[in-house]
Design a protein around this ligand. Sequence first.
Ligand code: MRU
Length: 358
Amino acid sequence: MTLPPWHGQQALSGAAYSAVELDEDDRRVYVLDQRLLPLEERYRICTDVAGVVTSIGDMVVRGAPAIGITAAYGMVVAAGDGVTLEAADYLSHLHGVGATLMASRPTAVNLAWAVQQGLALASQHRQEPGTERWQQMAAWARQIHRDDVAACRQLGQIGAACLGDKTTVLTHCNTGALATGGYGTALGVIRAAWEANKDVQVYACETRPYLQGARLTAWELHRDGIPVTVISDSMVGHCMSQGRIDAVVVGADRVAKNGDVANKIGTYGIACLAKLHDIPLYVAVPWSTVDLATPTGADIRLEERDPIELTQFAGQRLTPAGVAAYNPAFDITPARLIEALVTEKGALDPRGLDRGGC
Ligand code: MRU
């Protein structure tokens, strides 16, 4: 394990590990290399914007809130690079960096949300001395990190209240401390239920092809002592038909104004099965994932990733050479399949966002 300098001190994640942290000198971004988990706990140190961008694009760090925070720390590094620049050059430098960060992964709105906030801050302080602009950017980025952890804790409690005292929850992908500033969204709901002494069992879908469920969700829950059973994605219908699942709780990368939700590929299928079996599906998100500027799910750009993630595993070919593969990373779950959108502002009817949300 490569230990980061803040190890053993109070990391902003509030956990023994962090998806991302900014070093105290505001120059280095530490990202836990999630591609290596659960076999190895190693941090990648990003000392420049290019390192931050590739960490997001290559999924060293992933999960909507976590990549938003990582992008914010990328803006801090950019502000540090630009301390000697005049106001206009500083702004154009940050706009260039912001555009590159936003292009690194398109679906999670948290990334664009963080970059837009960073740019607004840069514009507000552009005439100030470079070191002050840099400090302000670092203070803002750390604050959105803290706010995300607080939002996750709050929505976790709200979501936990929706679950029974003895409950078996199915979840998809990874939505825990690894996917957020700390604590988690759907896993935050599960953690809060566990902390409230509910008898919680979890089924974690393995989440082909990147295996966020099998590798990351299982790793997080197991180290917290929360009972978790991994199933393959194709077992969901069977488990539901056997009466093994009481509720489904997932996260999201973007919630459109009409309540449609983009989340990890496979969520739509799980939602259809849940509806068929009369099992409630909760989508847990911080408000930073709600995008009222995007009218419907059909307007959300869904990332398509390299087919190699599907055709190979650990460098070994799985499919015959020359056979095509299609690798969409996300799908859309329509609002009508969602029981409630669990946010730090409350458990909302997703179909009510059109009418002004909460
Ligand atoms: O491709 P990933 O691993 O970044 O996808 C992550 C998800 O789909 C999560 O469910 C979503 O970001 C919510 S994380 C709190």
